[in-house]
Write a protein that binds this ligand. Sequence first.
Ligand code: C2E
Ligand code: MG
Ligand code: MG
Length: 608
Amino acid sequence: MLRRILQTISLIRRQPRLLSFREAGHEEEAGSVCPDLLRHQFLVSEQRFRALLESLPKVAVQGYDRNRRVIYWNKASTRLYGYTPEEAQGRLLEELIIPAPMREGVIQAHRDWIEQGNEIPSDEIELRHRSGELVPVFSHHVMLNEYTDEPLMFCVDVDLSDQKRAHRELDFANRYDRLTHLLNRHSLEEQLNLALLECRRQSGSLVLVHLDVDHFIDINEALGYDQGDLLLVELATRLNRDRRATDIASRVSGDEFIIAFSGIHDLDDIPRLVRKVEDVMRAPFVLQERYCKLSACLGIAIFPDNGETASELIRNADVAKNRAKLAGQGQVVYFNQQLHDDLLHQHRLSDRLERAVEAGELVLHYQPQVSAISGRIEHLEALLRWIPAEGPPVSPAEFIPLAERSELIHRIGDWVLENACRQRAEWRTAGLKLGRIDINFSGRQVKRTGVFDHFEACVERHGLGPRDIGIELTENVLIEADDDILAGLRRLHHRGFRIAIDDFGTGYSSLSYLKHFPVTALKIDRTFVRDAPNQPGDRAIMEATVFIGHRLGLEVVAEGVENREQLALVREMRCDLVQGFYFFRPMAAADIERLLADMVGGSRDFSS
Ligand code: C2E
Ligand code: MG
Ligand code: MG
């Protein structure tokens, strides 16, 4: 459209003597040939031209005389600059729409054009609306009657407000998070690098805090995504509150935010800034008109100690945040290199463990549990071993927690169950005199739906029953168990399966809850057995545990008995079973077979 107007105007420009505007008072003679006809043609042409200019809603056209006074002002100009043609008529260009700082320049450029023929180039500029606001326009200029005493300058301005707005919106969408209007991840990195430049210049520090809301997924699932969104917006508002201009707040993914405080000159300020972020979570959130208490884990990385660049700092704060998540809800972890190396090591180990299951690198070892009185081998505990084809064996204390962080624990758990049952059935067929094999279950394993049905089905499939296979769980697993898990355990208990609380005394250690759980045995943690001979406190706790255990009808096992003194003590305390290196270390199935075959009646006298 603009092109067409400019073409029209240039056409007129090439025939300056054929057109005039009445407003400018230029009705010219066009030679001697039939002046009436020519005048008529002028008028028709002028009307057409006017009609065209008036009909363009977005193209503002203004005409100015030699002294830059308005001689023409179309409707679009009124729309763009706010003045009616009557108001604009006769007023100076620079007074009407030229912002003060540009005035001198415009006057000079106009003069240069009419005096020296230097055209004013087309340009994107901002002109002034009647209200004082600036209007972005693309402005093109045309001079008519250029070489006469009455030059007329026409300005053709196209309103760029819509484009500029669209541009701004696009820019906003590219830089900011749509929901919370905080910076997004991409622009966080940009801003952070700028902040780091400034920190370097001033030899200051910067602290980066990665915040991850605990159990946000539960809110989404329980209350719906709308409520989840509300929560994120509220959180963003809180993070933005009393934020200094140099602080950076951004949302980097679903429920994760990064906040950066720069220009720190005293490292003692860092804990205070971290507390500021922690405080954001302290006040309850209102969701569906109910107060809701939430927590978040924080990972912290500090410039320059924990990284030189934005991406390095972001990655390290993320590492610290992941470590905080592992430690539980509402935890705060500061990054250090050891953390990073540990994580890398675990990552590699995790990869190897994944392959270990298929590669047949897992084996079960068995540790006998012997009768404290007779010394006879009663039962075995199955203990998993990972013996990689390359490299040293890895302790279950290291790889079980690792497997727990992924679905891998279920594959491993299934493998243990299957192999322990197969082994127990094999030994029964071989006629070995033996009680149960007890299997360890970790927290994540018992949370799997139908875990105990699966357990029972496997036991039955191998032709075994409650006298052959038992389970061990830690106190914390029981405390955190939900109703489904407890119902499953009660069913097993009811059917006569042995359920032992492992490492008793290291978890919540509340004796009173014992009566609530469907358990049949207590395994006193080896730290008590180790310390009791010399520590009256540990001894007292152990005695009380054995006493209450027996009063509740539970079997009591002493773990980790390593020497004669400890054995004497646990016997004196009347523990029922003893497990420990003093008797047997965990050993391969073949060694168990040899051991049982060697022993007359499966027992050995340890009293001497
Ligand atoms: P746990 O169930 O408490 O197993 C007893 C641990 O104590 C075993 O360590 C065993 O070798 C060790 N132990 C036994 N007697 C003595 C002793 O006299 N002195 C000392 N210092 N240690 C003794 P292990 O085999 O390294 O297993 C560590 C933990 O890994 C187990 O603790 C258990 O929680 C877990 N685990 C082992 N196998 C499995 C499994 O198949 N599934 C699951 N979920 N966890 C397992
Ligand atoms: Mg155990
Ligand atoms: Mg134990």
